[in-house]
Design a binder for this molecule. Structure first.
Ligand code: F6P
Length: 536
């Protein structure tokens, strides 16, 4: 017995039905889509029928989504394994009253946001300068949630950028910081060290490298550093003046932190006004998530579609396919958001999950992906549910003809996935080309598309700061709902710890200071070969 049994039975009973048969109901597109705040979420091109939807909605009720949602917004410590509240939403709902451990946290949130705005304006207007004059470039050094959110959003909103150029360095690979700093002038560069803990090895190593780079040209490099961290003792030890340190508390998880001071680089790029619109879009989605009935609730519906595909039908991955070049980093952002949140093998109480954890999330923008991996999506043996995102209107008025082509490609892909191309159709096409006999049959078989492959489409008018805020909040809440249904803690990330610990222990083995006793044979042999190649 598990919580998906009724859904599994229904899926088995309807497994031979084609999705396109469901469109015999002329109203399916309307009945299996939901709208809010300029978003249309169409899930009609999935195999979810009325019974499946009713069972999924009942599942959400049964699993206590409404109660857990209330607990999250009320500041309860729902991140039980870290004994923390989950209140990233407080950073985008300025009018809210939020108390943690009986203390109203909003005055501090508002004060920090005010300091960020002042600092951003100072930098953007040239009142805050580097040793060589106005700041031309900002380098955000961070990793995971301290990188992916602002990097994704800064690219997404690049058509609104009117501040200094923003660059993002995350990888401990020296190539990343080397190549980023190469073209920059240290005298007009601001470095932001973004690390909640201010201990993350990649970030701190890159921060030291940036300081050395700046010190070669700038008398007081620390004056051109800002920090985003709650660890004020560590930021002070690094030499960063408290006036340029922006903190946030432990109830904001790393992958949920783009709304907090972690978004400073975005604010510098697009300005506090656009940053406020980004917040407003997310706040509107928060209200919708809290108030809309489940049948119309976008985050709940996205989550239920995810559960249907992964836990019920057994599709292990989902592709996120934004038809929007500026959302190129969205799949990477969602990989962290979804996989770090819901990639857990035990439930809240520590018992093994009797079903799959969250799916593998991957993707690339269209149309590029079409010329790379869509072959497998259309004709591979595995089914990959696809999630298309597309704006009706582009941001380049003189290039609308290109945007129309982009949108046409997006719709064409979901249409092709749904309908496919039968052997009879493929044969007819080949026959018209003059093929006959065994060759005709063989060639036709390669040109068959099985179809019946599920997809959803999230449609909006234009990519704006408000829309982007809504999209990110939508996905955050989707992850939350899926996590509740799976009965797991979506807010810890213990799975990243072991590798970090072992990397620290391996560094001396690679440098030859330690012989690696106790390591497995493969790791010892690889380390020995690396030492030999490096002449260590
Ligand atoms: O990889 C684990 C993780 O803790 C992420 O959750 C987080 O976003 C990232 O490391 C960076 O952490 P910090 O902001 O403390 O440097």
């Amino acid at each position: 017995m598990n919580r998906f049994d009724d859904l599994l039975s229904h899926a088995a009973a309807t497994k031979d039905r084609q999705i396109r048969e469901l469109f015999e109901n002329d109203n399916r597109a309307t009945e299996f889509s939901a709208e809010f705040g300029g978003f249309l979420f169409d899930y009609s091109k999935t195999s979810i029928d009325e019974t499946a939807r009713a069972l999924l909605l009942a599942l959400a009720e049964r699993c206590g989504v409404a109660e857990k949602r209330a607990a999250m917004f009320a500041g309860a410590k729902i991140n039980e394994t870290e004994n923390r509240a989950v209140l990233h939403t407080a950073w985008r709902n300025m009018a809210a009253e939020v108390s943690v451990d009986g203390r109203d946290v909003m005055p501090e949130v508002r004060a920090t946001l005010g300091r960020m705005q002042t600092f951003a304006e100072e930098v953007r207007t040239g009142r805050f300068t580097g040793q060589g004059g106005a700041i031309t470039d900002v380098v955000n050094i961070g990793i995971g949630g301290s990188d992916l959110g602002p990097a994704m959003a800064t690219l997404a909103l690049s058509s609104f950028a009117d501040g200094p150029r923003c660059h993002f360095v995350s990888n401990v690979d020296g190539a990343h910081i080397h190549d980023t700093l190469k073209g920059l002038n240290p005298e007009t560069t601001l470095v932001i060290v973004a690390s909640k803990t201010f201990t993350t090895i990649e970030t701190m190593t890159n921060a030291e490298t940036a300081r050395t780079w700046m010190a070669a040209k700038v008398a007081n490099p620390a004056a051109q550093f800002a920090a985003i961290s709650s660890a004020v003792d560590k930021t002070a030890a690094f030499g960063i003046d408290a006036s340029r340190v922006f903190g946030f508390e432990d109830w904001v998880g790393g992958r949920y932190s783009v709304w907090s001071p972690i978004g400073l680089s975005l604010m510098l790029a697009v300005g506090p006004g656009h940053f406020a619109e980004f917040h407003a879009g997310a706040a509107a989605m928060d209200r919708h998530f809290r108030e809309a009935p489940f049948t119309e609730n976008l985050p709940v519906l996205l989550a239920l579609v995810g559960i249907w595909h992964n836990q019920v039908l057994g599709h292990a991955t989902r592709a996120v396919l934004p038809y929007e070049q500026r959302l190129a980093r969205l799949p990477a952002y969602l990989q962290q958001l979804e996989m770090e949140s819901n990639g857990k093998r035990v439930s809240m109480d520590g018992a093994d999950l009797p079903y799959n954890s969250g799916p593998v999330v991957w993707g690339e923008p269209g149309t590029n992906g079409q010329h790379a991996f869509y072959q497998l999506i259309h004709q591979g043996t595995r089914v990959i549910p696809c999630e298309f995102l597309v704006a009706a209107t582009g941001r380049e008025p003189d290039l609308e003809h290109q945007h129309l082509l982009l949108v046409a490609n997006c719709l064409a892909q979901s249409e092709a996935l749904l309908r496919g191309r039968s052997l009879a159709e493929a044969t007819e096409i080949q026959r018209k080309k003059g093929l006959t006999g065994a060759d005709l049959e063989r060639q036709a078989r390669h040109r068959v598309f099985p179809g019946n492959r599920p997809s959803t489409t999230l449609l909006f008018n234009k990519l704006t700061p408000f829309t982007l805020g809504g999209i990110i909040a939508l996905y955050e809440h989707r992850v939350f709902v899926e996590g509740v249904i799976l009965g797991i803690n979506s807010f810890d990330q213990w799975g990243v710890e072991l590798g970090k610990e072992l990397a620290l222990a391996l560094a001396p083995v690679l440098s030859g200071e330690s012989d690696g006793a106790g390591k497995d044979g493969s790791t010892r042999a690889l380390a020995a070969r690396i030492r030999a190649l490096r002449g260590a």
